[in-house]
Design a protein around this ligand. Structure first.
Ligand SMILES: Cc1ncc(COP(=O)(O)O)c(C=O)c1O
Length: 409
């Protein structure tokens, strides 16, 4: 059977695969702790549910416009005014099946084969594969100083005559790193100067800790006319705990939104009418659930840091936001002579804790540990991992009634 070259080049989604694996084991009654997830466990805002139910009761079941319903676009206009202090028009907006689709149609709109797309590493697993789906080339950039905070110089060093676009995700999945206002200002100005597209993936921008406030990229854009190559991405998945509702959007110049809409029209048509209604409810409704989620995540981040600080050999940079912590387990990958994938499999097999291997995000020897579950998930999960990896651990561990005995060094 012949499979296209592009299809052959696309890896499965490590994070979605892990979710499936964890769910299967849990269904079999295994005491799984999922520290690999990328979705809040809190309830969606009640306004979202009310809107969705009202739509179901109304009997409205038809296609929506390919770029989103007028009502949803009005909600995005309001959102953009509130969080970016920027007044946009409906023609500046496309509503998609999640932020993922909004990014995908943006890339399909701007990239030609062999174009290069730069983004800081470690990076969200999908950036590399989405760029490859366009026949283009992903160019991850590692901070020269070994931190999760690249400098402008690191980015500039990777620019070639093929560079077409830069993607910035702040706060970042998988590190939780929130880039400084100066860095965002420099990136925006640099992209304008060089004529690069800039995709600001702001999907986590309201989930910041320690009093940090989101950086508004528009503040630094000199050209906000139809020539602007700035594309801002957002969605309801993370901030409103509505990952399964699959609604995201992009705000950009009208001349970009038109081809993005044409592509989306042939790919999937407009997003579901029910789910756009729910998103309108979430965006326009009471916002207390976002702050409550943010506070819970900040507390969970603190618990995670405390647990990792007491884990000899593990190093972790304190996340500034999101619900991830990207921890350095290189001491243990070396000790157990395994790569991060093998070590993650080992941990799942031995102590039933799911973590995502760092290599999926472009950094070997690390694990992405989620803090979107409960405090108990974090403390119990890290306790089990420590027991599995640290040779100085006691010989036995109880998981509920089940007694585990170490038969490895
Ligand atoms: C950095 C980043 N961007 C975009 C997305 C996609 O979000 P959505 O669920 O809206 O497609 C994710 C989801 O994990 C993400 O981590």
């Amino acid at each position: 059977m012949s499979i296209s070259i592009i299809a052959q080049s696309i890896a499965e989604s490590a994070t979605l695969k892990l979710n499936e694996k964890a769910a299967l084991l849990r269904a079999k009654g295994e005491p799984i702790i999922h520290l690999g997830g990328g979705e809040p466990k809190t309830a969606a805002p009640v306004d979202a549910i009310i809107h969705a139910v009202a739509n179901l009761n109304s009997g409205e079941t038809r296609y929506t416009p390919a770029d989103g319903t007028p009502e949803m676009k009005q909600a995005v206009i309001r959102y953009t005014e509130e969080f970016y202090d920027r007044k946009v028009e409906p023609e500046n907006i496309i509503v998609s099946g999640g932020a993922k689709q909004a990014i995908m149609v943006a890339l399909q709109t701007i990239l030609n084969p062999q174009d290069e797309v730069i983004f800081p590493a470690p990076y969200w697993v999908s950036y590399t594969e989405m760029v490859k789906l366009c026949g283009a080339v992903p160019v991850p950039v590692y901070a020269e100083d070994g931190t999760f905070y690249p400098r402008m110089k690191d980015i500039e060093d990777h620019v070639t005559s093929y560079t077409k676009c830069i993607i910035i995700n702040s706060p970042n999945n998988p590190t939780g790193a929130f880039y400084s206002e100066e860095f965002i200002a420099e990136i925006v100005e640099y992209c304008e100067k060089k004529g690069f597209y800039l995709i600001m993936d702001d999907i986590y921008h309201r989930l910041l800790f320690d009093g940090k406030r989101p950086v508004n990229c528009y503040k630094y854009a000199k050209d906000l006319t139809e020539n602007s190559k700035l594309i801002v991405i957002n969605g309801v998945s993370k901030q409103y705990a509505m990952t399964g509702y699959r609604i995201g959007w992009a705000v950009a110049a009208k001349r970009l939104i038109v081809p993005m809409t044409n592509i989306q029209a042939h790919q999937t048509s407009g997003p579901s009418v029910v789910l756009q209604k729910a998103a309108v409810g979430a965006i326009n409704g009471v916002q207390s659930s976002v702050e409550s989620l943010r506070r819970t995540l900040e507390n969970n981040r603190n618990v995670m840091m405390q647990e990792l600080n007491g884990f000899d050999g593990v190093h972790a940079t304190k996340p500034d936001g999101t619900f991830y912590c990207f921890a350095d387990f290189r001491y243990y990958t070396k000790l157990h002579k395994m790569n991060s994938k093998q070590l993650a499999d080992f941990i799942l097999e031995k102590v039933r804790v799911a973590v995502v291997p760092g290599i999926e995000f472009g950094m070997e020897g690390y694990f992405r540990l989620s803090t979107c579950g409960s405090v108990k998930d974090i403390t119990e999960g890290i306790k089990r991992i420590k027991w599995a990896l640290d040779p100085n651990s006691p010989n036995e561990l109880y998981i509920g009634q089940r007694k585990l005995v170490r038969d490895w060094v």
